[in-house]
Design a protein around this ligand. Structure first.
Ligand code: ATP
Ligand code: MG
Length: 398
């Protein structure tokens, strides 16, 4: 008898009523979307559980795919059998025998979700424990700290037996919390911020400011690659690439050097707000933390933030660089982020950026620029690139 399905557990039990239904429907959709490249798989839902029938598909890649889905807390490779006591015993024996060397102690955790089934949960625990001890005499029962917990779930249609509960990503299913616009640079932080925003169930779009020819095509490709990696967790992601050269040149020509970063970032927020509104995103997301660089002091944030009235989410605000890097490695963006291509923020980097820029000074400086026209032109010339996960087609238009 071999494993033939994956049982998926999901969390956020606090959700109730209409929210819960929406959460479950979105989660099932996201799972179907994710595993559709494995044509044998069939995804079904029963109260409190989601199952993937494997139908001869390999386990590992499907489990890997599930480990990239927000909303799942447990991924359990299982044997599904008829609701027949003999079959359940056989499945339990198969699972335990398979793990012979590493397992010395075990316990059974049986659950009778279908009350029509004649054997109550406690009795299943005892009878199955006794059966396994007789068959595999080297084993012992340890109810407190066993090497393996064998789960048995008797549900309406089938019974499931499993001994592994691999951790899922947690969070909320992507799509239940509305749409946000991620300000995506080529650095380490913003892709992590995007990942953490996705974790709370948002649908992600991304915006990147590009200063060609000061920043190269390769720098742009790097950002496309980062967005593409995020599609593993977020599904389809639309990336807006905004031409930023003229704005930076104008700032450089007319404004105080020490204010150039502040003003540049105020432009970024204004343009991002326009694009967000046009495409129905409800908030902006950045990879800013506190205190890393000149533009990330509270005074600076206040002056920059005053350029927009939209909520700005900063999921990294409480994190150290080390923690951010750890996540970046885990989600596979790190290696791409550290490629040494220039970013528009570094091209025109002032020698001594103002760490506490004043709003009135920034506003006065901006009066020397044709702000409206610059923004309008940048928005109009924005390139849209649609990125899709895996081997799905990728296309772009202008
Ligand atoms: P990151 O590692 O994400 O580049 P950082 O530590 O380098 O962040 P900054 O350069 O101050 O910090 O940028 C702060 C945030 O501003 C970034 O996390 C990103 O959200 C946004 N940002 C910076 N440059 C760009 C850009 N060229 N396009 C879009 N967003 C940008
Ligand atoms: Mg950066």
């Amino acid at each position: 008898m071999k494993k033939n399905c994956i049982l998926l557990r999901y969390g956020e039990l606090a959700l109730k009523g209409k929210n819960k239904k929406e959460f479950e429907n979105q989660l099932v959709n996201n799972i179907r979307q994710k595993v559709k490249r494995f044509p044998g798989t069939v995804v079904t839902k029963s109260p409190g559980r989601i199952y993937i029938d494997l139908n001869e598909e390999y386990f590992e890649p499907v489990i890997q795919a599930c480990s990239e889905i927000f909303g799942l807390v447990g991924i359990c490779p299982a044997i599904r059998v008829e609701k027949d006591w003999e079959k359940i015993k056989e499945a339990a024996l198969a699972l335990l025998s398979e793990r012979k060397e590493r397992v010395q102690t075990f316990k059974i955790n049986a659950k009778r979700a279908d009350k029509q089934f004649p054997i109550p949960s406690q009795e299943m625990n005892h009878r199955l424990g006794g059966f396994l001890l007789a068959k595999l005499p080297h084993l012992k029962v340890d109810v407190h700290d066993p090497d393996l917990t064998l789960f048995v779930e008797v549900r309406k249609e089938h019974a499931y037996v499993y001994g592994e509960d691999l951790p899922g990503l947690g969070g909320l299913p992507v799509g239940v919390s509305g749409r946000v616009l991620l300000m995506l640079s080529g650095g380490i932080d913003s892709p992590v911020a995007g990942f953490l925003a996705l974790k709370r169930g948002v649908e992600l779009q991304a915006i990147h400011f590009h200063s060609y020819p000061y920043t190269s095509e390769r720098a742009k490709q790097k950002v496309i690659d980062l967005a593409k990696i995020l599609t593993r967790y977020g599904g389809h992601i639309r990336l807006y690439v905004v031409p930023f050269t003229e704005i930076q040149t104008e700032i450089n020509k007319h404004c105080y050097e020490s204010y150039s970063i502040t003003i540049m970032r105020r432009f970024m927020f204004r343009i991002a707000e326009q694009i967000a509104k046009k495409h129905k995103a409800l908030a902006l997301v950045t990879g800013e933390s506190l205190g890393q660089v000149a533009s990330q002091t509270l005074e600076s944030m206040q002056t920059i933030n005053a350029a927009t009235t939209m909520p700005v989410l900063r999921p990294l605000v409480g994190m150290d660089k080390q923690e951010i890097m750890t996540i970046s490695k885990r989600i596979d963006t790190y290696e791409t982020s550290i490629l040494p291509y220039e970013d528009c923020c570094t091209v025109f980097l002032p020698k001594a950026p103002k760490t506490k820029p004043h709003l009135d000074v920034a506003e006065r400086q901006e009066r020397l620029l044709d702000v409206e026209r610059l923004i309008q032109e940048a928005v109009e010339n924005t390139e849209i690139i649609d990125l899709r996960p895996e081997d799905e087609e990728e296309f772009s238009y202008f």
